[in-house]
Write a protein that binds this ligand. Structure first.
Ligand code: G3D
Ligand code: MG
Length: 186
């Protein structure tokens, strides 16, 4: 494979994962990125990112999307990493843990924080850890909250891998539409 083939893509998007600590943001990022042969981690000021390219069906046919998925390295609590983290993000996963009610109750705060920093970038609400038996938040509750905020809701498990790919594919489709909209508006 030539270097050119490795580099070829139609879109490059920075993606962030937000949500309370321990909901599975790092696990989702790792599960998605390490399943492939092209992967890299770069350490910056407490922020890592993983890179993975996926092919996504859009209105203009199949597009190759290169995703640069940022992870806070557990420092999401600290405000000093936030500006760097949000800068240039084109989409995000808003993750909560279906077995931890508090992480779901904090979802509106995360919606607000993303909006404050990045306006209306596409988001997918992710209910993680559906492999666990003791869930507290139902699919209906989460779907309703997602609808209220104009985003899609998906249930996933970083542990089993369930719906992890789907989460990034759906987000990528939304980001392609969003990028086109921004381009049009100049
Ligand atoms: P964070 O990056 O949002 O802080 P992490 O969350 O990815 O570090 O995950 C926090 C803990 O939840 C980890 O457990 C991790 O293994 C676990 N976890 C993440 N995703 C899932 C999942 O889908 N199912 C289950 N059962 N566990 C999950 P530890 O024990 O290392 O703290
Ligand atoms: Mg983490």
């Amino acid at each position: 494979m030539t270097g050119e083939e490795v580099m070829a893509y139609d879109y490059l998007f920075k993606v962030i994962a937000v949500g309370d600590g321990a909901v599975g943001k790092t696990s989702i990022t790792l599960r998605f990125s390490t399943g492939t042969f092209r992967e890299s981690y770069i350490m910056t000021i407490g922020v890592d990112f993983a890179v993975k390219a996926i092919d996504v069906g859009t209105r203009e046919g199949t597009k190759r999307i290169k995703l640069q998925i940022w992870d806070t390295g557990g420092q999401e609590r600290f405000s000093y990493v936030r500006p760097l983290y949000y800068k240039g993000a084109m989409g995000g996963l808003l993750v909560f843990d279906v077995t931890q009610s508090e992480s779901f109750q904090n979802v509106p705060k995360w919606f607000q924080e993303v909006k404050k920093n990045r306006g209306n970038i596409p988001l997918v609400l992710v209910g993680n850890k559906v492999d666990l038996p003791d869930r507290k938040i139902t699919c209906e509750q989460a779907t309703e909250l997602a609808k209220k905020n104009g985003v899609q809701y998906l249930e996933a498990s970083a542990k089993t891998g369930e719906s992890i790919e789907k989460v990034f594919v759906e987000l990528s489709k939304s980001m392609v539409e969003y990028a086109k909209q921004i381009e049009k508006e100049g």
